[in-house]
Design a protein. Structure first.
Lengths: 123, 202, 320
Protein backbone atom coordinates (compact mmCIF):
# COMPACT_ATOMS: atom_id res chain seq x y z
CA UNK A 1 0.00 0.00 0.00
CA UNK A 2 1.49 3.31 -1.00
CA UNK A 3 1.70 6.44 1.13
CA UNK A 4 -1.39 8.67 1.15
CA UNK A 5 -1.03 12.44 0.89
CA UNK A 6 -3.79 14.89 1.71
CA UNK A 7 -3.72 18.49 0.52
CA UNK A 8 -6.01 20.70 2.59
CA UNK A 9 -6.67 24.25 1.44
CA UNK A 10 -9.87 26.20 0.85
CA UNK A 11 -8.53 27.43 -2.48
CA UNK A 12 -8.52 25.00 -5.40
CA UNK A 13 -5.85 27.21 -6.95
CA UNK A 14 -3.64 26.67 -3.89
CA UNK A 15 -4.34 22.93 -3.82
CA UNK A 16 -3.25 22.71 -7.46
CA UNK A 17 -0.09 24.67 -6.73
CA UNK A 18 0.85 22.35 -3.88
CA UNK A 19 0.18 19.28 -6.01
CA UNK A 20 2.32 20.69 -8.78
CA UNK A 21 5.16 21.37 -6.33
CA UNK A 22 5.36 17.76 -5.14
CA UNK A 23 8.48 15.94 -6.31
CA UNK A 24 7.85 14.33 -9.69
CA UNK A 25 7.94 10.57 -9.47
CA UNK A 26 6.99 10.50 -5.79
CA UNK A 27 4.84 7.38 -5.49
CA UNK A 28 1.89 8.55 -3.41
CA UNK A 29 -1.90 8.62 -3.51
CA UNK A 30 -3.12 12.21 -3.43
CA UNK A 31 -6.49 13.44 -2.21
CA UNK A 32 -7.86 16.87 -1.37
CA UNK A 33 -9.84 18.63 1.37
CA UNK A 34 -11.38 22.12 1.36
CA UNK A 35 -11.28 22.74 5.10
CA UNK A 36 -10.19 21.23 8.40
CA UNK A 37 -13.36 19.25 8.97
CA UNK A 38 -13.03 17.48 5.63
CA UNK A 39 -9.36 16.84 6.33
CA UNK A 40 -10.11 15.16 9.67
CA UNK A 41 -12.57 12.70 8.11
CA UNK A 42 -10.14 12.00 5.27
CA UNK A 43 -7.37 11.23 7.77
CA UNK A 44 -9.70 8.94 9.69
CA UNK A 45 -10.39 7.17 6.38
CA UNK A 46 -6.67 6.61 5.97
CA UNK A 47 -6.21 9.12 3.18
CA UNK A 48 -3.70 11.31 4.97
CA UNK A 49 -0.46 9.70 6.10
CA UNK A 50 1.00 13.08 5.23
CA UNK A 51 -1.09 16.24 5.43
CA UNK A 52 -0.25 19.54 3.75
CA UNK A 53 -2.31 22.00 5.72
CA UNK A 54 -3.30 25.62 5.05
CA UNK A 55 -4.06 27.89 8.04
CA UNK A 56 -6.54 30.51 6.88
CA UNK A 57 -9.70 28.58 6.02
CA UNK A 58 -13.44 28.83 6.65
CA UNK A 59 -15.34 26.22 8.71
CA UNK A 60 -12.33 24.91 10.55
CA UNK A 61 -8.99 26.70 10.20
CA UNK A 62 -5.55 25.11 10.32
CA UNK A 63 -4.87 25.85 13.97
CA UNK A 64 -8.03 24.13 15.10
CA UNK A 65 -7.37 21.22 12.77
CA UNK A 66 -3.96 20.73 14.37
CA UNK A 67 -5.54 20.81 17.83
CA UNK A 68 -8.05 18.18 16.79
CA UNK A 69 -5.34 15.96 15.30
CA UNK A 70 -3.38 16.26 18.51
CA UNK A 71 -6.25 15.63 20.90
CA UNK A 72 -7.65 12.76 18.87
CA UNK A 73 -4.16 11.42 18.29
CA UNK A 74 -4.79 10.98 14.56
CA UNK A 75 -2.11 9.15 12.57
CA UNK A 76 -0.79 11.85 10.26
CA UNK A 77 2.34 13.92 9.71
CA UNK A 78 1.47 17.55 9.18
CA UNK A 79 3.38 20.10 7.12
CA UNK A 80 1.80 23.54 7.19
CA UNK A 81 1.79 25.53 3.95
CA UNK A 82 0.49 29.01 4.61
CA UNK A 83 0.55 32.68 3.66
CA UNK A 84 0.48 33.56 7.36
CA UNK A 85 4.23 33.98 7.73
CA UNK A 86 4.20 35.74 11.10
CA UNK A 87 6.84 34.17 13.38
CA UNK A 88 4.05 33.73 15.91
CA UNK A 89 2.06 31.58 13.45
CA UNK A 90 5.08 29.37 12.77
CA UNK A 91 5.75 28.96 16.48
CA UNK A 92 2.13 28.08 17.17
CA UNK A 93 1.85 25.38 14.52
CA UNK A 94 5.11 23.78 15.63
CA UNK A 95 3.82 23.76 19.18
CA UNK A 96 0.63 22.12 17.94
CA UNK A 97 2.65 19.31 16.45
CA UNK A 98 3.32 20.32 12.84
CA UNK A 99 6.60 18.98 11.48
CA UNK A 100 7.47 22.08 9.56
CA UNK A 101 6.24 25.28 7.98
CA UNK A 102 6.47 26.24 4.32
CA UNK A 103 5.50 29.72 3.21
CA UNK A 104 3.28 30.41 0.24
CA UNK A 105 3.60 30.58 -2.68
CA UNK A 106 4.99 27.12 -2.24
CA UNK A 107 8.45 26.51 -3.65
CA UNK A 108 9.09 23.00 -5.04
CA UNK A 109 12.74 22.90 -3.91
CA UNK A 110 11.85 23.88 -0.37
CA UNK A 111 9.08 21.31 -0.29
CA UNK A 112 11.40 18.56 -1.46
CA UNK A 113 13.98 19.61 1.13
CA UNK A 114 11.43 19.38 3.94
CA UNK A 115 10.24 15.97 2.78
CA UNK A 116 13.84 14.74 2.54
CA UNK A 117 14.72 16.16 5.97
CA UNK A 118 11.98 14.15 7.59
CA UNK A 119 12.77 11.02 5.61
CA UNK A 120 9.46 11.11 3.78
CA UNK A 121 11.01 11.23 0.36
CA UNK A 122 14.33 10.20 -1.11
CA UNK A 123 14.92 11.42 -4.62
CA UNK B 1 -20.63 42.70 -0.49
CA UNK B 2 -22.61 41.82 -3.53
CA UNK B 3 -21.11 39.20 -5.77
CA UNK B 4 -21.36 40.03 -9.43
CA UNK B 5 -20.49 37.70 -12.20
CA UNK B 6 -16.96 36.50 -11.60
CA UNK B 7 -15.68 33.17 -12.83
CA UNK B 8 -15.32 30.93 -9.77
CA UNK B 9 -11.93 29.57 -10.74
CA UNK B 10 -10.62 33.10 -11.26
CA UNK B 11 -12.16 34.39 -8.04
CA UNK B 12 -10.57 31.55 -6.13
CA UNK B 13 -7.16 32.35 -7.62
CA UNK B 14 -7.46 36.06 -6.84
CA UNK B 15 -8.42 35.18 -3.30
CA UNK B 16 -5.40 32.94 -2.86
CA UNK B 17 -3.05 35.56 -4.28
CA UNK B 18 -4.59 38.18 -2.00
CA UNK B 19 -4.23 35.77 0.91
CA UNK B 20 -0.48 35.52 0.35
CA UNK B 21 -0.02 39.27 -0.13
CA UNK B 22 -2.09 39.90 2.99
CA UNK B 23 0.12 37.49 4.93
CA UNK B 24 3.20 39.50 4.00
CA UNK B 25 1.59 42.73 5.13
CA UNK B 26 0.39 41.15 8.37
CA UNK B 27 3.88 39.87 9.07
CA UNK B 28 5.33 43.38 8.82
CA UNK B 29 2.54 44.85 10.92
CA UNK B 30 3.02 42.15 13.55
CA UNK B 31 6.72 42.97 13.69
CA UNK B 32 6.06 46.70 13.97
CA UNK B 33 3.54 46.28 16.76
CA UNK B 34 4.84 43.06 18.27
CA UNK B 35 1.34 41.65 18.28
CA UNK B 36 -0.16 38.74 16.36
CA UNK B 37 -2.43 39.75 13.49
CA UNK B 38 -5.45 37.53 12.91
CA UNK B 39 -5.71 36.82 9.22
CA UNK B 40 -9.16 36.84 7.69
CA UNK B 41 -10.22 35.32 4.41
CA UNK B 42 -10.03 38.02 1.73
CA UNK B 43 -13.29 38.80 -0.05
CA UNK B 44 -12.97 39.13 -3.79
CA UNK B 45 -15.76 40.59 -5.87
CA UNK B 46 -16.67 42.42 -9.00
CA UNK B 47 -18.49 45.55 -7.94
CA UNK B 48 -20.61 48.07 -9.77
CA UNK B 49 -19.92 51.62 -8.69
CA UNK B 50 -23.25 51.92 -6.90
CA UNK B 51 -22.44 48.75 -5.00
CA UNK B 52 -19.24 50.30 -3.70
CA UNK B 53 -21.25 52.94 -1.87
CA UNK B 54 -23.42 50.21 -0.41
CA UNK B 55 -20.45 48.09 0.53
CA UNK B 56 -18.85 50.98 2.39
CA UNK B 57 -22.09 51.79 4.13
CA UNK B 58 -22.40 48.20 5.29
CA UNK B 59 -19.32 48.30 7.53
CA UNK B 60 -21.76 49.34 10.21
CA UNK B 61 -19.73 48.33 13.24
CA UNK B 62 -17.48 51.31 12.57
CA UNK B 63 -18.98 54.48 14.03
CA UNK B 64 -16.26 56.93 13.35
CA UNK B 65 -13.41 56.22 10.96
CA UNK B 66 -10.29 57.70 9.42
CA UNK B 67 -9.37 56.79 5.89
CA UNK B 68 -6.36 56.91 3.59
CA UNK B 69 -6.27 56.23 -0.11
CA UNK B 70 -3.28 55.42 -2.29
CA UNK B 71 -3.17 54.84 -6.02
CA UNK B 72 -0.92 52.33 -7.73
CA UNK B 73 -0.09 51.55 -11.33
CA UNK B 74 2.24 49.28 -13.26
CA UNK B 75 2.27 46.81 -16.17
CA UNK B 76 -1.15 48.04 -17.28
CA UNK B 77 -2.69 47.18 -13.92
CA UNK B 78 -3.96 50.13 -11.92
CA UNK B 79 -6.12 50.80 -8.96
CA UNK B 80 -6.40 52.31 -5.56
CA UNK B 81 -6.02 50.99 -2.05
CA UNK B 82 -8.34 52.36 0.61
CA UNK B 83 -7.58 51.83 4.27
CA UNK B 84 -10.49 52.42 6.63
CA UNK B 85 -9.43 52.63 10.22
CA UNK B 86 -11.84 52.39 13.11
CA UNK B 87 -11.16 55.41 15.34
CA UNK B 88 -11.59 53.36 18.50
CA UNK B 89 -8.40 51.52 17.49
CA UNK B 90 -6.04 54.43 18.09
CA UNK B 91 -5.76 53.91 21.83
CA UNK B 92 -4.46 50.37 21.39
CA UNK B 93 -2.19 51.24 18.49
CA UNK B 94 -0.66 54.02 20.57
CA UNK B 95 -0.02 51.58 23.40
CA UNK B 96 1.53 49.04 21.06
CA UNK B 97 3.89 51.60 19.57
CA UNK B 98 4.84 52.69 23.09
CA UNK B 99 3.44 56.11 22.53
CA UNK B 100 2.87 57.87 25.83
CA UNK B 101 0.93 61.08 26.06
CA UNK B 102 -2.27 62.54 24.81
CA UNK B 103 -3.53 61.17 21.51
CA UNK B 104 -4.20 64.30 19.50
CA UNK B 105 -5.64 64.20 15.97
CA UNK B 106 -2.08 64.89 14.83
CA UNK B 107 -0.78 61.77 16.59
CA UNK B 108 -3.68 59.78 15.15
CA UNK B 109 -2.63 60.91 11.70
CA UNK B 110 0.94 59.73 12.31
CA UNK B 111 -0.29 56.34 13.50
CA UNK B 112 -2.73 56.07 10.63
CA UNK B 113 0.01 56.79 8.10
CA UNK B 114 2.37 54.29 9.75
CA UNK B 115 -0.23 51.54 9.47
CA UNK B 116 -1.25 52.55 5.95
CA UNK B 117 2.35 52.58 4.73
CA UNK B 118 2.81 49.04 5.93
CA UNK B 119 -0.50 47.45 5.05
CA UNK B 120 -0.76 49.02 1.61
CA UNK B 121 2.93 48.91 0.73
CA UNK B 122 3.53 45.33 1.75
CA UNK B 123 0.31 44.08 0.19
CA UNK B 124 1.16 45.67 -3.15
CA UNK B 125 4.69 44.30 -3.01
CA UNK B 126 3.38 40.80 -2.28
CA UNK B 127 0.88 41.08 -5.08
CA UNK B 128 3.41 42.43 -7.56
CA UNK B 129 5.90 39.66 -6.83
CA UNK B 130 3.34 36.94 -7.43
CA UNK B 131 2.12 38.46 -10.66
CA UNK B 132 5.66 39.29 -11.72
CA UNK B 133 4.95 42.97 -12.22
CA UNK B 134 6.03 46.11 -10.40
CA UNK B 135 3.88 48.96 -9.17
CA UNK B 136 4.50 52.65 -8.69
CA UNK B 137 2.67 53.97 -5.67
CA UNK B 138 1.25 57.46 -5.76
CA UNK B 139 1.27 59.83 -2.83
CA UNK B 140 -1.31 58.80 -0.26
CA UNK B 141 -4.37 60.98 0.13
CA UNK B 142 -6.01 61.40 3.50
CA UNK B 143 -9.74 61.19 2.90
CA UNK B 144 -10.46 62.41 6.38
CA UNK B 145 -10.33 61.84 10.09
CA UNK B 146 -13.31 61.09 12.28
CA UNK B 147 -15.59 60.52 9.35
CA UNK B 148 -18.95 58.96 9.54
CA UNK B 149 -18.98 55.86 7.34
CA UNK B 150 -21.92 57.38 5.52
CA UNK B 151 -19.66 60.28 4.54
CA UNK B 152 -17.41 57.74 2.87
CA UNK B 153 -20.30 55.82 1.39
CA UNK B 154 -21.87 58.96 -0.03
CA UNK B 155 -18.78 60.23 -1.76
CA UNK B 156 -18.70 60.50 -5.49
CA UNK B 157 -16.47 57.78 -6.87
CA UNK B 158 -16.00 58.91 -10.45
CA UNK B 159 -17.61 57.37 -13.47
CA UNK B 160 -16.33 53.84 -13.75
CA UNK B 161 -18.79 51.00 -14.14
CA UNK B 162 -17.17 47.97 -12.65
CA UNK B 163 -14.12 47.20 -10.57
CA UNK B 164 -12.49 44.20 -9.03
CA UNK B 165 -12.36 44.59 -5.28
CA UNK B 166 -10.42 42.76 -2.62
CA UNK B 167 -11.51 43.42 0.94
CA UNK B 168 -9.37 42.44 3.90
CA UNK B 169 -10.63 43.07 7.43
CA UNK B 170 -7.51 42.99 9.63
CA UNK B 171 -7.79 42.48 13.37
CA UNK B 172 -5.12 42.42 16.06
CA UNK B 173 -5.35 39.49 18.42
CA UNK B 174 -6.39 40.46 21.95
CA UNK B 175 -6.74 44.11 20.97
CA UNK B 176 -9.56 46.37 19.93
CA UNK B 177 -7.95 47.20 16.63
CA UNK B 178 -10.02 46.97 13.46
CA UNK B 179 -9.15 48.14 10.02
CA UNK B 180 -10.34 47.32 6.58
CA UNK B 181 -8.11 47.32 3.55
CA UNK B 182 -10.04 47.63 0.33
CA UNK B 183 -8.31 47.34 -3.04
CA UNK B 184 -10.02 48.40 -6.21
CA UNK B 185 -8.67 47.51 -9.62
CA UNK B 186 -9.86 49.53 -12.59
CA UNK B 187 -11.95 48.03 -15.33
CA UNK B 188 -9.06 48.31 -17.77
CA UNK B 189 -6.85 46.23 -15.47
CA UNK B 190 -9.16 43.25 -15.39
CA UNK B 191 -8.03 41.75 -18.67
CA UNK B 192 -4.34 42.03 -17.78
CA UNK B 193 -4.93 40.64 -14.30
CA UNK B 194 -6.88 37.75 -15.70
CA UNK B 195 -4.11 37.00 -18.18
CA UNK B 196 -1.50 36.97 -15.41
CA UNK B 197 -3.58 34.73 -13.20
CA UNK B 198 -4.57 32.34 -16.00
CA UNK B 199 -0.87 31.91 -16.64
CA UNK B 200 -0.39 30.86 -13.02
CA UNK B 201 -3.37 28.53 -13.27
CA UNK B 202 -1.91 26.61 -16.19
CA UNK C 1 34.06 49.59 -26.00
CA UNK C 2 31.52 51.75 -27.78
CA UNK C 3 28.80 50.10 -25.73
CA UNK C 4 30.68 51.02 -22.59
CA UNK C 5 30.99 54.56 -23.89
CA UNK C 6 27.27 54.69 -24.50
CA UNK C 7 26.38 53.50 -21.02
CA UNK C 8 28.67 56.11 -19.49
CA UNK C 9 27.00 58.85 -21.48
CA UNK C 10 23.59 57.43 -20.53
CA UNK C 11 24.68 57.65 -16.96
CA UNK C 12 25.68 61.27 -17.45
CA UNK C 13 22.41 62.45 -18.80
CA UNK C 14 20.54 60.48 -16.19
CA UNK C 15 22.52 62.27 -13.49
CA UNK C 16 21.80 65.53 -15.24
CA UNK C 17 18.07 64.80 -15.08
CA UNK C 18 18.22 63.89 -11.39
CA UNK C 19 20.22 67.03 -10.71
CA UNK C 20 17.72 69.37 -12.41
CA UNK C 21 14.41 67.68 -11.67
CA UNK C 22 12.03 69.82 -9.59
CA UNK C 23 11.78 67.21 -6.87
CA UNK C 24 14.15 66.83 -3.93
CA UNK C 25 16.36 63.75 -3.76
CA UNK C 26 18.47 62.98 -0.73
CA UNK C 27 20.43 59.80 -0.06
CA UNK C 28 21.57 58.94 3.46
CA UNK C 29 23.67 56.18 4.92
CA UNK C 30 22.34 54.22 7.87
CA UNK C 31 23.99 56.64 10.32
CA UNK C 32 22.05 59.50 8.74
CA UNK C 33 25.04 61.04 6.98
CA UNK C 34 24.24 62.73 3.69
CA UNK C 35 25.69 60.67 0.84
CA UNK C 36 24.32 62.73 -1.99
CA UNK C 37 21.56 65.14 -2.89
CA UNK C 38 20.33 66.96 -5.97
CA UNK C 39 20.01 70.56 -7.09
CA UNK C 40 16.52 70.95 -5.63
CA UNK C 41 17.82 70.26 -2.12
CA UNK C 42 20.85 72.48 -2.58
CA UNK C 43 18.95 75.39 -4.06
CA UNK C 44 16.05 75.40 -1.61
CA UNK C 45 18.22 74.95 1.46
CA UNK C 46 20.83 77.44 0.31
CA UNK C 47 23.50 75.16 1.78
CA UNK C 48 26.60 74.58 -0.39
CA UNK C 49 27.41 70.90 -1.07
CA UNK C 50 30.70 70.99 0.86
CA UNK C 51 28.78 71.85 4.03
CA UNK C 52 26.31 69.03 3.49
CA UNK C 53 27.85 66.03 1.79
CA UNK C 54 29.30 63.55 4.23
CA UNK C 55 27.82 65.48 7.15
CA UNK C 56 25.15 64.32 9.55
CA UNK C 57 21.64 65.16 8.41
CA UNK C 58 20.54 66.55 11.76
CA UNK C 59 23.47 68.92 12.01
CA UNK C 60 22.92 70.18 8.47
CA UNK C 61 19.14 70.51 9.03
CA UNK C 62 18.73 71.16 12.76
CA UNK C 63 14.99 71.83 12.28
CA UNK C 64 14.23 68.21 11.39
CA UNK C 65 12.44 66.49 14.30
CA UNK C 66 15.15 63.91 14.87
CA UNK C 67 13.20 61.35 16.87
CA UNK C 68 10.35 61.32 14.38
CA UNK C 69 12.67 61.07 11.41
CA UNK C 70 14.69 58.25 12.95
CA UNK C 71 11.56 56.32 13.85
CA UNK C 72 10.23 56.52 10.28
CA UNK C 73 13.59 55.57 8.86
CA UNK C 74 14.09 52.60 11.17
CA UNK C 75 10.72 51.17 10.16
CA UNK C 76 11.57 51.62 6.49
CA UNK C 77 14.97 49.98 6.86
CA UNK C 78 13.93 47.11 9.12
CA UNK C 79 10.76 46.22 7.27
CA UNK C 80 12.20 47.08 3.83
CA UNK C 81 9.02 48.88 3.10
CA UNK C 82 8.73 52.37 1.71
CA UNK C 83 6.90 54.99 3.73
CA UNK C 84 5.00 58.08 2.70
CA UNK C 85 4.44 61.20 4.75
CA UNK C 86 1.99 63.93 3.82
CA UNK C 87 1.81 67.64 4.51
CA UNK C 88 -1.36 67.09 6.54
CA UNK C 89 0.66 64.99 8.92
CA UNK C 90 3.61 67.37 9.08
CA UNK C 91 3.65 70.49 6.89
CA UNK C 92 7.31 70.01 6.04
CA UNK C 93 10.28 67.82 6.88
CA UNK C 94 12.86 70.22 5.48
CA UNK C 95 12.25 73.80 6.47
CA UNK C 96 12.55 75.58 3.13
CA UNK C 97 11.42 79.18 2.85
CA UNK C 98 8.73 79.72 0.30
CA UNK C 99 10.50 82.24 -1.90
CA UNK C 100 7.66 83.33 -4.12
CA UNK C 101 6.62 86.98 -3.74
CA UNK C 102 3.70 86.70 -6.17
CA UNK C 103 2.18 83.28 -5.83
CA UNK C 104 3.56 82.44 -2.41
CA UNK C 105 0.89 82.52 0.28
CA UNK C 106 2.70 80.22 2.64
CA UNK C 107 5.80 81.04 4.64
CA UNK C 108 7.37 77.61 4.21
CA UNK C 109 7.22 75.01 1.48
CA UNK C 110 4.64 72.30 2.18
CA UNK C 111 6.06 68.86 1.45
CA UNK C 112 5.09 65.28 0.86
CA UNK C 113 7.96 62.86 1.33
CA UNK C 114 8.68 59.29 0.36
CA UNK C 115 11.23 57.20 2.26
CA UNK C 116 12.72 54.41 0.16
CA UNK C 117 15.06 51.67 1.39
CA UNK C 118 17.96 51.19 -1.04
CA UNK C 119 19.64 47.77 -1.13
CA UNK C 120 23.27 47.20 -2.02
CA UNK C 121 24.65 44.38 -4.16
CA UNK C 122 24.43 41.92 -1.27
CA UNK C 123 20.72 42.57 -0.85
CA UNK C 124 21.08 44.33 2.49
CA UNK C 125 19.57 47.78 2.94
CA UNK C 126 22.56 50.12 2.86
CA UNK C 127 21.01 53.49 2.16
CA UNK C 128 17.89 55.46 2.66
CA UNK C 129 16.57 57.66 -0.10
CA UNK C 130 14.20 60.51 0.70
CA UNK C 131 12.18 62.10 -2.08
CA UNK C 132 10.74 65.54 -1.36
CA UNK C 133 7.76 66.92 -3.26
CA UNK C 134 6.79 70.57 -3.15
CA UNK C 135 3.01 70.53 -2.55
CA UNK C 136 2.61 74.13 -1.39
CA UNK C 137 0.03 74.97 -4.07
CA UNK C 138 -2.15 71.98 -3.24
CA UNK C 139 -1.84 72.51 0.49
CA UNK C 140 -2.66 76.21 0.32
CA UNK C 141 -5.71 75.76 -1.88
CA UNK C 142 -6.87 72.84 0.22
CA UNK C 143 -6.61 74.89 3.39
CA UNK C 144 -8.37 77.86 1.76
CA UNK C 145 -11.17 75.52 0.78
CA UNK C 146 -11.38 74.13 4.28
CA UNK C 147 -11.46 77.64 5.73
CA UNK C 148 -14.29 78.57 3.37
CA UNK C 149 -16.17 75.41 4.31
CA UNK C 150 -15.78 76.09 8.00
CA UNK C 151 -16.97 79.62 7.49
CA UNK C 152 -20.00 78.38 5.57
CA UNK C 153 -20.77 75.90 8.26
CA UNK C 154 -20.38 78.57 10.93
CA UNK C 155 -22.59 80.99 9.03
CA UNK C 156 -25.32 78.41 8.74
CA UNK C 157 -25.27 77.89 12.50
CA UNK C 158 -24.87 81.38 13.78
CA UNK C 159 -27.34 84.21 14.05
CA UNK C 160 -25.95 87.22 12.19
CA UNK C 161 -27.03 89.95 14.61
CA UNK C 162 -25.99 88.34 17.90
CA UNK C 163 -23.31 85.79 17.06
CA UNK C 164 -25.25 83.25 19.14
CA UNK C 165 -26.44 80.01 17.53
CA UNK C 166 -29.48 80.52 15.35
CA UNK C 167 -32.78 78.92 16.27
CA UNK C 168 -32.50 76.04 13.82
CA UNK C 169 -29.06 74.93 14.99
CA UNK C 170 -29.87 75.53 18.66
CA UNK C 171 -33.01 73.45 18.40
CA UNK C 172 -31.07 70.63 16.69
CA UNK C 173 -28.73 70.60 19.66
CA UNK C 174 -31.67 70.48 22.03
CA UNK C 175 -33.19 67.54 20.14
CA UNK C 176 -29.88 65.69 20.21
CA UNK C 177 -29.50 66.32 23.94
CA UNK C 178 -33.09 65.24 24.50
CA UNK C 179 -32.39 61.91 22.78
CA UNK C 180 -29.24 61.41 24.82
CA UNK C 181 -31.23 62.09 27.99
CA UNK C 182 -33.88 59.53 27.07
CA UNK C 183 -31.11 56.95 26.75
CA UNK C 184 -29.11 57.95 29.81
CA UNK C 185 -30.95 60.36 32.10
CA UNK C 186 -28.94 62.95 34.02
CA UNK C 187 -29.82 66.41 35.34
CA UNK C 188 -29.94 68.92 32.49
CA UNK C 189 -31.66 72.30 32.38
CA UNK C 190 -33.07 74.83 30.03
CA UNK C 191 -33.32 78.61 30.42
CA UNK C 192 -35.61 80.69 28.21
CA UNK C 193 -35.65 84.46 28.56
CA UNK C 194 -36.70 87.61 26.79
CA UNK C 195 -36.10 91.33 26.98
CA UNK C 196 -38.64 93.29 29.03
CA UNK C 197 -40.66 95.96 27.25
CA UNK C 198 -38.73 95.42 24.06
CA UNK C 199 -41.51 96.86 21.91
CA UNK C 200 -41.35 100.13 23.83
CA UNK C 201 -37.59 100.39 23.15
CA UNK C 202 -38.17 100.00 19.46
CA UNK C 203 -41.03 102.48 19.39
CA UNK C 204 -39.25 105.08 21.54
CA UNK C 205 -35.64 104.89 20.36
CA UNK C 206 -35.95 103.25 16.92
CA UNK C 207 -34.86 99.93 15.45
CA UNK C 208 -31.15 100.69 15.66
CA UNK C 209 -31.41 101.04 19.40
CA UNK C 210 -33.50 97.86 19.51
CA UNK C 211 -30.73 96.01 17.70
CA UNK C 212 -28.14 97.44 20.07
CA UNK C 213 -30.11 96.15 23.03
CA UNK C 214 -30.43 92.67 21.55
CA UNK C 215 -26.73 92.64 20.78
CA UNK C 216 -25.84 93.73 24.31
CA UNK C 217 -27.98 91.04 25.92
CA UNK C 218 -26.43 88.45 23.59
CA UNK C 219 -22.92 89.61 24.50
CA UNK C 220 -23.60 89.37 28.24
CA UNK C 221 -25.14 85.93 27.67
CA UNK C 222 -22.12 84.74 25.72
CA UNK C 223 -19.79 85.94 28.44
CA UNK C 224 -21.87 84.38 31.24
CA UNK C 225 -22.33 80.86 29.94
CA UNK C 226 -19.84 78.05 30.39
CA UNK C 227 -18.04 76.26 27.56
CA UNK C 228 -20.48 73.37 27.65
CA UNK C 229 -23.63 75.51 27.62
CA UNK C 230 -25.40 76.08 24.33
CA UNK C 231 -26.87 79.55 23.92
CA UNK C 232 -29.07 80.57 21.02
CA UNK C 233 -31.30 83.34 19.78
CA UNK C 234 -34.71 81.73 19.85
CA UNK C 235 -36.81 84.50 18.34
CA UNK C 236 -36.83 88.31 17.92
CA UNK C 237 -35.99 89.25 21.49
CA UNK C 238 -36.15 85.77 22.96
CA UNK C 239 -33.10 83.71 23.94
CA UNK C 240 -32.49 80.17 25.09
CA UNK C 241 -29.68 78.37 26.91
CA UNK C 242 -29.26 74.61 27.18
CA UNK C 243 -27.19 73.62 30.21
CA UNK C 244 -25.99 70.01 30.00
CA UNK C 245 -25.14 68.24 33.28
CA UNK C 246 -26.76 70.99 35.31
CA UNK C 247 -29.50 70.52 37.90
CA UNK C 248 -32.42 73.00 37.93
CA UNK C 249 -31.23 74.60 41.22
CA UNK C 250 -27.85 75.40 39.65
CA UNK C 251 -29.48 76.65 36.48
CA UNK C 252 -31.64 78.88 38.64
CA UNK C 253 -28.55 80.46 40.22
CA UNK C 254 -26.96 80.90 36.86
CA UNK C 255 -30.15 82.56 35.54
CA UNK C 256 -30.20 84.88 38.53
CA UNK C 257 -26.60 85.96 37.90
CA UNK C 258 -27.41 86.56 34.25
CA UNK C 259 -30.44 88.66 35.19
CA UNK C 260 -28.34 90.76 37.56
CA UNK C 261 -25.53 91.31 35.05
CA UNK C 262 -27.96 92.42 32.38
CA UNK C 263 -29.71 94.75 34.82
CA UNK C 264 -26.35 96.41 35.55
CA UNK C 265 -25.44 96.77 31.89
CA UNK C 266 -25.83 100.12 30.21
CA UNK C 267 -26.47 100.09 26.47
CA UNK C 268 -25.31 103.19 24.62
CA UNK C 269 -27.12 103.99 21.42
CA UNK C 270 -26.91 107.23 19.47
CA UNK C 271 -26.20 109.30 22.57
CA UNK C 272 -28.80 107.63 24.79
CA UNK C 273 -27.90 105.44 27.74
CA UNK C 274 -30.43 102.66 27.93
CA UNK C 275 -31.18 100.32 30.82
CA UNK C 276 -32.44 96.90 29.99
CA UNK C 277 -33.86 93.99 31.99
CA UNK C 278 -34.90 90.44 31.15
CA UNK C 279 -37.41 87.92 32.48
CA UNK C 280 -36.27 84.33 32.72
CA UNK C 281 -37.81 80.89 33.05
CA UNK C 282 -35.94 77.74 34.10
CA UNK C 283 -36.99 74.13 33.50
CA UNK C 284 -35.06 71.00 34.43
CA UNK C 285 -35.38 67.97 32.16
CA UNK C 286 -37.99 65.54 33.31
CA UNK C 287 -38.49 61.98 32.06
CA UNK C 288 -42.19 62.60 31.57
CA UNK C 289 -41.46 64.91 28.62
CA UNK C 290 -42.54 63.19 25.45
CA UNK C 291 -40.51 65.47 23.21
CA UNK C 292 -38.21 68.47 23.33
CA UNK C 293 -41.09 70.85 22.59
CA UNK C 294 -42.69 70.01 25.94
CA UNK C 295 -39.48 70.99 27.64
CA UNK C 296 -39.41 74.35 25.86
CA UNK C 297 -43.05 74.86 26.75
CA UNK C 298 -42.34 74.23 30.43
CA UNK C 299 -39.52 76.82 30.42
CA UNK C 300 -41.72 79.25 28.50
CA UNK C 301 -44.45 78.90 31.13
CA UNK C 302 -41.92 79.76 33.84
CA UNK C 303 -40.83 82.76 31.77
CA UNK C 304 -44.46 83.85 31.55
CA UNK C 305 -44.75 83.65 35.35
CA UNK C 306 -41.74 85.98 35.66
CA UNK C 307 -43.54 88.46 33.45
CA UNK C 308 -46.72 88.15 35.50
CA UNK C 309 -44.83 88.65 38.73
CA UNK C 310 -43.53 92.01 37.50
CA UNK C 311 -40.63 91.23 35.11
CA UNK C 312 -36.84 91.39 35.72
CA UNK C 313 -36.90 88.16 37.65
CA UNK C 314 -36.34 84.38 37.42
CA UNK C 315 -39.05 81.74 37.86
CA UNK C 316 -38.93 78.02 37.70
CA UNK C 317 -41.58 75.61 36.52
CA UNK C 318 -44.55 74.84 38.78
CA UNK C 319 -44.12 71.43 40.31
CA UNK C 320 -46.71 69.20 38.69
Amino acid sequence: MSTTVLICDDSSFARKQVKRALPPGWQVDISFAGNGREALSAIEAGKGNILFLDLTMPEMDGFETLEQIKSRDLPTLVIVISGDIQPEAMARVKKLGALDFIKKPVDAKRLEQVLTDFGLYSG
Amino acid sequence: MIVSDLDEELRDAYQEIANIAMGRAADLLARLLDNYVVLPIPKVNLLERSELNMALGSLEEFDSVSAVCQGFVGSRIAGEALLIFNDTSFQDIAELTNFAGEITPQIELELLMDIANILIGAFLKGLAEQLDVSFSQGQPVILGQHLNLLDLANRDYGNWKQALTIEIPYRLEGRGVDCDLLLLFTEDSLEVLEGKVRYLLE
Amino acid sequence: MSQMHESVSDFHWLLDVLQTIDVGILVLDLDFNIVTWNGFMENHSGIPPREALGKNLFSVFPDIPQEWFEHKSRTVIQLRNRAFTTWEQRPYVFRFRNNRPITGLAEYMYQNCTFIPVSGVRGEVENLCVIVYDVTDVAVSDMELQKANNQLQRISRVDGLTGLFNRRFWEEQLVAEFLRLSRSPHPTSLIMFDIDHFKTFNDTYGHTAGDEVIRAVARVTRESVRESDIAGRYGGEEFAILLPDTAAEDALQMAERLRETIENTVVESEGSRLKVTVSLGVAGWCDSFRNHAEWIKRADQALYRSKERGRNRVSTEEKA
